[in-house]
Design a protein around this ligand. Structure first.
Ligand code: NCD
Length: 352
C-alpha cells in the first residue's frame, strides 16, 4: 500500500524503504533522467523552526527534479503571526501545493497537519519528537558506505532525550536483523520512555554506557548528537553542558581506539561534540550523510508529488487531554483526541 504522509518512521516498512533506496540509487546514477520528473509540481516548505540542511536539501531536491518551491522560514511573515490556526494554515497551503514539508517546535504538529491536508505531509522535525527524513538520510549513508544495514552494534551518543533524530532512527533500525544498540548519554538526557518501550517490544538488545571512550571500541556505527539547549524548559546551565561535553565528545584520540570500519554519523549541526580533527578521518561520514539526504528526499518527493489529492477532515474536533506543554494540542485546542494502543498521546507519544 502507498503511504500518504511521512510523520514518523512507523510509516516506512522494509518494502517502502527498499523501494525509496532503489529509486535514490537510480537518481544518483542517472540524475539527468530525473531533471524534469516533477515539472509542474509545487512543494510548500513551512519551517516554523531554524534549519539549514533539511530545508535546503528539500528545496534543492525539488528544484533538481524540475519542480518549484514556496514557503517560509520565518512564520512571522505569515498570518500565523495574526493568530491563524495550524489547521487553517495547512488547509489553505495544501490547496496551493502538491506536497507539504514542515518543521515545528511543537511535538505532533505534522500528525495534526495531516488531518487537514489534501496533499501529503512530510514531518521535517516536530520539537524533540521525530525527524523521519533525517533517518532516511542516515540509512542511505549506512547502506552506501557499508553495503548493508543489519548485523551491527550502533552507539547513540549525546542528547538522546531531546535529539529528535535518534528516535525515528531506533524505529528504523528495528527493521534490520542483528542490530545491537548502545546508549551513551548522561542521566539528564536519556532516551524517552516510549523509545525504550519500543526497543523492548521489538526485541532490540540494548545496553547503557557511561562514557563514549568506554564504548567506542565495540561500535560499528557511532551516531553523535548535539545537546539541544533550546529545548530545555528552564534553560540548561552552561557548566552542565561543559561537564557533559567532556564525557560525550568524540576526539581524534578516541578514533584511534575504534574499529577500522567504524562509520561516524551526525545529523549536524555540531556544537563541540565532534572535534574538527575527526573530519580528516575517512570514517567520518557526516558531510556525505547531508549530501545523501538530498538524494533520498528527491526519491520521496517523486513518490509523494504524484499521489492524487484526497479530502481529509476530522469527523469531530476538540477534547484532547495531553498535558505535555510542547504537544501541539496545548496550542491547537480544537484538535481531536488521538491515543496510541499503549495509551500514549497520539500526537506527541507522551504518557496520558
Ligand atoms: C537536526 C534537527 O534539526 O533535528 N538537524 C538536521 O535536521 N540535520 C539535529 C539538530 O538540530 O541537532
Amino acid at each position: 500500500m502507498k503511504i500518504r504522509n511521512l510523520i514518523s518512521f512507523d510509516d516506512i516498512d522494509p518494502g517502502r524503504w527498499e523501494s525509496l533506496y532503489t529509486l535514490c540509487r537510480d537518481i544518483m546514477e542517472r540524475p539527468a533522467d530525473y531533471a524534469g520528473a516533477c515539472r509542474g509540481k509545487l512543494l510548500a516548505s513551512l519551517f516554523f523552526e531554524a534549519s539549514t540542511r533539511t530545508r535546503f536539501s528539500f528545496q534543492a531536491a525539488m528544484l533538481r527534479l524540475g519542480g518549484g518551491v514556496f514557503g517560509f522560514s520565518n512564520p512571522n511573515d505569515t498570518s500565523i503571526a495574526k493568530g491563524e490556526s495550524l489547521a487553517d494554515t495547512i488547509r489553505m497551503t495544501a490547496s496551493y501545493a502538491d506536497t507539504i514539508v514542515m518543521r515545528t517546535p511543537q511535538e505532533g504538529a505534522a500528525r495534526a497537519a495531516a488531518l487537514y491536508s489534501e496533499v501529503p505531509v512530510i514531518n521535517a522535525g516536530d520539537g524533540g519528537h521525530h525527524h523521519p527524513t533525517q533517518t532516511l538520510a542516515d540509512l542511505t549513508t549506512i547502506a552506501m558506505t557499508r553495503g548493508k544495514i543489519g548485523g551491527v552494534t550502533v552507539g547513540l551518543c549525546g542528547d538522546l532525550k531531546y535529539g529528535r533524530t535518534v528516535h525515528p532512527f531506533v524505529t528504523a533500525l528495528a527493521m534490520f536483523p542483528g542490530i545491537k544498540i548502545c546508549l551513551i548519554a548522561p542521566d539528564e538526557l536519556k532516551m524517552p520512555d516510549y523509545v525504550m518501550e519500543l526497543m523492548r517490544a521489538r526485541g532490540i538488545p540494548h545496553t547503557e554506557c557511561a562514557s563514549l571512550r568506554e564504548a567506542v571500541g565495540s561500535l560499528d556505527i557511532l551516531y553523535m548528537t548535539r545537546i539541544q539547549r533550546e529545548r530545555f524548559p528552564n534553560g540548561f546551565p552552561s557548566e552542565s553542558v561543559d561537564k557533559i561535553l567532556s564525557r560525550y565528545t568524540l576526539t581524534a584520540d578516541d578514533m584511534r581506539g575504534a574499529k577500522r570500519d567504524l562509520t561516524v554519523l551526525h545529523p549536524l549541526p555540531r556544537t563541540g561534540e565532534v572535534e574538527r580533527a575527526v573530519d580528516r578521518d575517512p570514517r567520518a561520514k557526516y558531510f556525505e550523510q547531508a549530501k545523501y539526504g538530498m538524494y533520498i528526499r528527491m526519491a520521496l518527493l517523486l513518490k509523494f508529488t504524484s499521489l492524487p489529492r484526497e479530502m481529509r477532515r476530522p469527523e469531530r474536533e476538540g477534547g484532547s487531554v495531553c498535558t505535555n506543554p510542547v504537544c501541539v494540542t496545548s496550542t491547537e485546542k480544537y484538535l481531536p483526541p488521538l491515543v496510541t494502543p499503549d495509551g500514549n498521546c497520539g500526537y506527541c507519544d507522551r504518557k496520558l
